[in-house]
Design a protein around this ligand. Structure first.
Ligand code: ARG
Length: 281
C-alpha cells in the first residue's frame, strides 16, 4: 500500500455521519402566552410575535441549509401553542399516532396534525390515553424512549408500542420544569443520547445508565435554557444557542453544534425540538 495514500485521522467534527431528514413545522403566526400549563409560561410576560416568527424562520432555514426537507402546517387562530409541532404526534415505521393532549387548551391542534397525516398517506391512530407526540416519544435506533409523569400517560406507551410495532422504554420525569421527555433528553444519533439526570426518577436514571453508558450528561446551566431540546441529523445538532456548555460537549464527542436563538419561543416552554416534528422514514 502506498503510504502517502493512507487515510489521515479525521478531525473530530467529521467523525459523525448525517442522514437527510423530513421535518414538519407550524408557523407561529398566532403564538402568544395566553394560559399557563408549564412552569416556563408566565401570562404577564409580553411576547413579540414578529420576533418569534423571525426566530422560527431562522430555524427553518437552518434545516434547509443542512439539506433537510421541511413541510409547513398552517396554524389555526386561537391555538397559540401550535408552533410546538413536536407535540402533534409520532410518525415512524410507516405508522402515525396523533396526539391526545393533556390540556383542553391544546386539544384542537390534534385535528390539524391528523389531517396532515391523512393527506400524506398515514392513517392517524388515536390513543385512548393522553400522548403528546414527540414531546414524549423519542426514537433512538429501533427503540422508542417514552416519558411519563406530567403529560403523556404511561398507558399510552403500550398503545404506541403496539401500534407502531417497536419496543418502548418508559422513563419517569420528576421535575415540572422538564415536563416533556424532549426537555430532559436529546437523541443525537441511533445509539447516542444526552440527558439531564435530575429530571428523571432514580429508577429511570438506572435504566438510562444501563442503556447508554456513554451518554452525555448536561449541567443545570444548559438544561435550564432548554439546551437538550435539540434536533440532530446524526452529525449536525441544532440546539439553543445559550447552551454553550452542551455545545462544547457535543464538539468533543464529534458532533457539530449549530446554535439558534429561539428566546421568544422559550417563553412558552419550548425550543428547537418542540418546534419540529420529525417524520421518521
Ligand atoms: N406551551 C407548550 C405546552 O406546555 C409547550 C410545548 C413544548 N413542546 C415540547 N415538545 N416540549 O404544552
Amino acid at each position: 500500500m502506498d503510504i502517502a495514500a493512507a487515510p489521515v485521522a479525521e478531525p473530530a467534527a467529521d467523525r459523525r455521519a448525517a442522514r437527510t431528514r423530513r421535518y414538519l413545522m407550524t408557523t407561529p403566526t398566532f403564538f402568544a402566552v395566553e394560559y399557563v400549563i408549564n412552569p416556563w409560561m408566565d401570562a404577564s410576560t409580553p411576547v413579540d410575535t414578529n420576533l418569534a416568527l423571525a426566530q422560527w424562520d431562522a430555524l427553518r432555514r437552518t434545516y434547509l441549509d443542512l439539506g433537510h426537507r421541511v413541510e409547513i402546517i398552517e396554524p389555526i387562530t386561537g391555538l397559540p401553542d401550535m408552533v410546538y409541532a413536536a407535540n402533534g404526534g409520532t410518525i415512524i415505521n410507516g405508522r402515525a399516532v396523533v396526539a391526545r393532549f393533556a390540556h383542553a387548551e391544546r386539544a384542537g391542534e390534534a385535528i390539524a396534525y391528523a389531517r396532515w397525516m391523512a393527506d400524506n398517506g398515514y392513517q392517524p391512530f388515536e390513543t385512548r390515553h393522553v400522548n403528546e407526540g414527540q414531546g414524549d416519544f423519542l426514537a433512538v435506533g429501533a427503540r422508542i424512549l417514552a416519558g411519563f409523569g406530567f403529560r403523556t400517560d404511561s398507558r399510552a406507551h403500550d398503545e404506541v408500542a403496539d401500534h407502531v410495532g417497536m419496543d418502548v422504554v418508559s422513563l419517569e420525569l420528576v421535575d415540572p420544569r422538564f415536563y416533556h421527555l424532549d426537555t430532559a433528553l436529546a437523541v443525537l444519533d441511533d445509539s447516542t443520547v444526552a440527558y439531564y439526570p435530575p429530571a428523571f426518577s432514580d429508577e429511570s436514571r438506572v435504566v438510562l445508565e444501563r442503556m447508554f453508558p456513554d451518554a452525555i450528561e448536561v449541567t443545570s446551566a444548559d438544561a435550564y435554557v432548554l439546551g437538550l431540546n435539540v434536533v440532530s441529523d446524526g452529525r449536525n445538532v441544532v440546539l439553543p444557542a445559550a447552551a454553550t456548555g452542551f455545545a462544547e460537549q457535543l464538539r468533543l464527542a464529534g458532533f457539530r453544534p449549530v446554535g439558534v436563538d429561539l428566546s421568544e419561543l422559550l417563553k412558552g416552554g419550548g425550543s428547537v425540538k418542540c418546534c419540529t416534528l420529525e417524520v421518521h422514514s
